[in-house]
Design a protein around this ligand. Structure first.
Ligand code: PXL
Length: 267
């Protein structure tokens, strides 16, 4: 029996909602075998207002994990999450080239919820230089898209289109910009650009949902679809259904955070 495989190069979110935990739960729900190259551990501090403390894993150890997965097992699609440093971004780019990886989904994690500035500027710069051109799919939010397109900010659909075109020009084959709840209006908008046409995907905003880890889950669902041999369009469609169900049944973890219910689509 064939089992399709997906790899995530991402951090661990100890609280379980985002990062590689979200990726693995999503891969599992979508019937894909998941592997992880862990880049860092994020521990949230309940005695300091849930501050995210990030503990990096040495690049040499990440390299070892990539050898385990790519020389030892293989993967049908891969995604990246929190990469943390420029040296690691260089390793990811070299790995994509060395193993001629094709189904590459880059979720350019540069900010976390509630933080509006780029967390690690050198890593963001390296993603812009080295990973945009190697991506089959990229899933930036508005802040990340503005950074990648050298724009001061994105506040309108027109600006989303402008950013998507620029990111595509820089080599990413399919750009999916997530406006989430940052754009005003009743809909959560995703703008998709494949170099030929812009597609606007609209979903009514889901009131009272918790969305910690929604970005990771969304890009993981696309990756799982690609691993199973779907086209980007079909994988995106499936991912939207998956995330919609998971958000509708999201639940509170504590006073700071809540999580998506990854198994919600089954119901
Ligand atoms: O949602 C962004 C994100 C990605 N990866 C890890 C995280 C977070 C946010 O908390 O902890 C590991």
């Amino acid at each position: 029996m064939t089992m399709y495989k997906a790899m995530t190069i991402a951090g661990s979110d100890t609280s379980g909602g985002a990062g590689m935990e979200a990726d693995m739960k999503t891969f599992q729900e979508m019937g894909v075998y998941g592997t992880t190259a862990l880049t860092c551990i994020v521990a949230q501090n309940p005695n300091a207002d849930w501050a995210h403390e990030i503990y990096s894993i040495e690049t040499s150890v990440i390299e070892k994990q990539l050898v385990t997965i790519l020389q030892g097992i293989g993967c049908d699609a891969m995604k990246t999450g929190m990469l943390g440093g420029a040296e690691l971004v260089e390793l990811v780019a070299a790995t994509i080239d060395k193993y001629k990886l094709k189904n590459v989904v880059i979720d350019p994690v540069m900010v976390c919820k509630g933080i509006d500035t780029i967390m690690v500027p050198e890593a963001a710069a390296a993603i812009k230089e080295l990973l945009v051109k190697r991506a089959l799919v990229m899933t930036p939010n508005l802040l990340e898209a503005a950074y990648l397109a050298d724009m001061p900010a994105i506040t309108t659909l027109d600006e989303m289109k402008q950013a998507a075109a620029k990111i595509h020009d820089n080599g990413c084959q399919n750009v999916i910009i997530k406006a989430g709840d940052r754009l005003s209006g009743n809909d959560a908008v995703e703008l998709v650009y494949d170099g030929k046409s812009f597609t606007e995907k609209r979903h009514p905003k889901i009131a009272n949902s918790y969305n910690h880890g929604a970005g990771c889950t969304f890009s993981a669902a696309i990756t799982a679809g690609l691993a199973k041999g779907m086209t980007v369009t079909d994988a995106l469609e499936k991912a939207e259904i998956f995330i919609d169900a998971a958000l509708r049944q999201s639940f509170r973890l504590n006073q700071w955070s809540g999580a998506l219910k990854h198994c919600a689509w089954r119901e």
